[in-house]
Design a protein around this ligand. Structure first.
Ligand code: RET
Length: 288
């Protein structure tokens, strides 16, 4: 009867002590990384010009939200497992591991990541608005279409999971295309000091975002789906998925947040140190 309500994965695969610990430790490390990044970003506020403070604040919010969610994810992971009798491995307690925390996190943080990036670029207002609208809608679609595939936990669902993954990939490629071209187009109007950093941000974005569909695929092999249904099946794919998502999240949120900080810093000193930088930065101010 509960099957029709199983939006959460049920049944947990047996894990070796090493497999359990790898996932537990990476979750713990992610909590620390996100928390430390949040403190850094919030405290760095005075070191950038006022115009770039919103970008830092939003970056700080992203890692704060992720810090909370990874704390909950780690809790859910330890609730779902207990040491097997004899201590040779870990078995499910009967409690479900809650995949939803991560998707709840993404639905909040991915749009905010777009906001922090566009805020630090300081594009023309109308341009920024249209870009943000398109990106936020695409991000919401990407995450909403990925979730039904993520919670499939039986090998019979393999095809369905692949279809959801493919559907989610349409807005995914759209986002990467738009961000890549827009970041490239923005380079000319950016102060020289920030240009190299924006090129790095463009690359970091592409590489870290590519990890997500790979991690999704690792957790979606027939064996991984058998493991997800519970019991003594090789759970390597499940471990790969959790580790992949956690590493990608640390890089795409904390690492990217640091880049936003460096870009904001570069643009701030550029404005302070050169009159040319200033007029190129804000022609609308010069005109009034
Ligand atoms: C901070 C969180 C971020 C940047 C999350 C990004 C998530 C993705 C790029 C997810 C993409 C997916 C696909 C392209 C297909 C399979 C399903 C997803 C949702 C994992």
């Amino acid at each position: 009867m509960f099957d029709s309500f199983s939006l959460l994965a049920v049944g947990m695969p047996d894990l070796s002590v090493l497999q359990y610990s790898i996932v537990d430790n990476i979750f713990s490390m992610t909590v620390a990384t996100m928390g430390a990044a949040a403190i850094f970003l919030f405290l760095s506020r005075p070191s950038v010009d006022e115009a770039y403070r919103p970008a830092l604040m939003v970056s700080g919010l992203v890692v704060t939200i992720a810090c909370y969610h990874y704390f909950m994810i780690r809790h859910s992971w330890s609730d779902a497992y207990m040491l097997a009798e004899g201590g040779e491995g870990y078995v499910g307690t009967g409690a479900a591991f809650n995949d939803f925390y991560r998707y709840a996190d993404w639905i909040l943080t991915v749009p905010l990541l777009m906001v922090e990036l566009i805020a630090v670029l300081r594009l023309q207002a109308s341009k920024a608005r249209s870009l943000l609208t398109r990106l936020v809608i695409a991000a919401a679609l990407m995450i909403a279409l990925g979730y039904p595939g993520e919670v499939i936990s039986s090998p019979e669902g393999w095809t369905t999971r692949v279809i959801w993954g493919a559907l989610s990939s349409v807005p995914f490629f759209y986002i990467l295309y738009v961000l890549w071209t827009e970041l490239t187009a923005s380079l000319d109007s950016q102060p020289a000091a920030a240009r190299k950093l924006i090129e790095i941000a463009r690359l970091v974005l592409l590489i870290t975002w590519a990890v997500y569909p790979i991690a999704y695929a690792l957790g979606g092999t027939v064996t991984a789906l058998e493991a997800k249904a519970g019991g003594a099946v090789d759970a390597g794919g499940i471990v790969g998925l959790q580790v992949g998502y956690a590493i990608a999240d640390m890089t795409a949120k904390a690492g990217f947040g640091m880049l936003i900080y460096f870009i904001a810093r570069a643009k701030s000193t550029g404005v302070q140190n050169s009159v040319v930088g200033k007029s190129a930065e804000s022609p609308e101010v010069a005109a009034t």
